[in-house]
Structures are given as C-alpha cells and as structure tokens.
Write a protein that binds this ligand. Structure first.
Ligand code: ADP
Ligand code: ADP
Length: 219
C-alpha cells in the first residue's frame, strides 16, 4: 500500500501540489486523473523520491520510501518514454538496466514477452520505435525488477484503443497478483478503459477519490 500524506510542492510562489492526501491500495488499478498542469507528474515524481516535497510525506507499507535503498525491485516506474529512444537496441537498453540494478539477465526475456515485444523488435534500435513500441519498452523497464508497486505517468499516451485495452489487461493481471498499480492520464475516456479506482486532482488539489463506476454515475 502506498500513502501520500499532506503533500505540498511549491516552485517559487507557484503551488503545483497542495495538501494532497490519498492511499493507493494493492490489488486494483488506480487511475490518477486531472487536466494537463494539474500536478500529476509532480506528485508522481515525489512518490518516486525523484523530487523533494515542500512538505508532507510518501509512505510504502507505513514506512517512508527511500529510493536509493530500494531501487527497481520495490517500485517500477515509467515517467517519460522519450528517454528510451536512444541509439541502442531495445534488448541492450533492458540488459543495461538489468546489469546496473543487479537483476538477472534472463528477466529481460520475460519482460519482453510480457510486453509483447517480439525478438525481431527487441533487436531493433529504439530510435525508430513508434510511440506505442516506446511505451511498451518503457513498461518492460518498469517491470524488470518485479516490483510490488508500479507508478506509470501517462502510459497510454498516443496508444490506440487496442493498445489501451492491452495495457489494461496487463495492469489488471499485475494488480490481481497483489501489486499496487498507479497510472495517470488527462483523459477520462482512457481511464474508463484502464482503471478500477480513481484519484482526481485539479490545480494540485484532491477533487475525488472514488471507484470509476461511481465517478461515471455521478458525472
Ligand atoms: P501534470 O502532470 O498534471 O500535467 P505537472 O505536475 O507537470 O502537471 O505540473 C503542475 C504545475 O507545476 C504546472 O503549473 C507546471 O507548470 C508546474 N511545474 C511543474 N514542474 C515545475 C518546475 N520544475 N518548475 C516550475 N514549475 C513547475
Ligand atoms: P549497444 O548498441 O548498446 O552496443 P548492442 O545492440 O550491441 O548494444 O547489444 C548489446 C548486447 O546485447 C550484445 O551482447 C548483444 O549481443 C546483445 N543483444 C542485442 N540484441 C539482442 C537480442 N535480441 N537477443 C539477445 N541478445 C541481444
């Protein structure tokens, strides 16, 4: 279980996130919905320990999350799939990530299989990858450490309906294994296809914390 407690982030005199509190439970897919600029990425960066809160805290199973002490094995993340589009092959990218995180190399083949990247695609340089292939590779990287918690920023961005459904099935099966799955989107239409539960924010503040079904019924 992941808990965000009274989280606030200011950039100068601009407040990006304001007194935000919510709990992300294991066993279901939680969507993080809000328009562009609402503070989703800022919140997720703080949840990952990549950015320091102005105040408030982030807890995993009741303990503060320390990124350096617990690398890829506790939390897998996808923040910016553009970072994947380098000159290396998809396989080399994942093999490099595995090596630097002391993850066995055979796990690379497992995550390639899980994300539907076939061997021919894995041998191609990521430079020529489509947005969808880049997102799949980013998710493969997030899964590499077999983490208990997954935090994915706009993972269905640019995917077609079939790709969105594929992500939903993958995320649902990961949640069904008891993992905590948290993913953001600025589009409710995408959340309907991917999430079970919703955390909705606007201007850095919590607007709703409810099941997708209830959210649809009340809007
Ligand atoms: P979202 O992910 O929901 O689109 P962000 O978290 O990226 O929203 O941004 C929330 C607000 O914080 C925006 O107004 C954005 O301009 C601002 N912001 C984000 N990062 C920075 C930064 N490094 N410096 C200044 N302002 C920032
Ligand atoms: P870089 O461009 O970073 O040098 P390479 O494409 O040369 O990366 O590959 C790095 C390593 O990964 C090499 O040992 C290569 O043989 C291996 N490799 C690359 N693609 C595959 C693949 N599809 N299956 C197995 N091994 C691969």
């Amino acid at each position: 279980m992941m808990e965000v407690r009274e989280l606030t982030k200011r950039y100068g005199d601009k407040t990006a996130v304001s007194g935000l509190s919510f709990v992300v439970r294991p066993g279901r897919v939680t969507g993080f919905l809000g328009p562009n600029g609402a503070g989703k990425s800022t919140t997720m960066r703080m949840m990952l320990g990549l950015d320091t809160p102005t105040s408030g805290s982030v807890l995993i199973d009741g303990r503060p999350y320390r990124r350096l002490a617990e690398p890829l094995r506790t939390v897998g993340s996808l923040l910016d799939a553009k970072g994947v589009h380098g000159g290396r092959t998809a396989y080399a990218h994942l093999a490099g990530l595995a090596a630097s995180n002391r993850i066995p190399r055979r796990r690379v083949d497992e995550v390639l299989e899980m994300t539907g990247l076939d061997p021919a695609t894995a041998r191609r340089r990521t430079k020529g990858f489509s947005l969808g292939m880049g997102q799949r590779l980013g998710i493969a990287g997030a899964l590499l450490g077999d983490p208990r918690v997954l935090i994915l920023d706009e993972p269905v961005n640019g995917l077609d309906t079939e790709g969105i459904r594929w992500i939903r099935e993958l995320m649902k099966s990961l949640a069904a294994e008891g993992r905590t799955v948290f993913l953001s989107s600025h589009l409710m239409s995408e959340m309907e296809l991917t999430a079970d539960h919703l955390i909705v924010i606007g201007r850095g503040r919590l607007l709703a914390d409810t099941s997708v079904r209830e959210f649809i019924a009340s809007h």
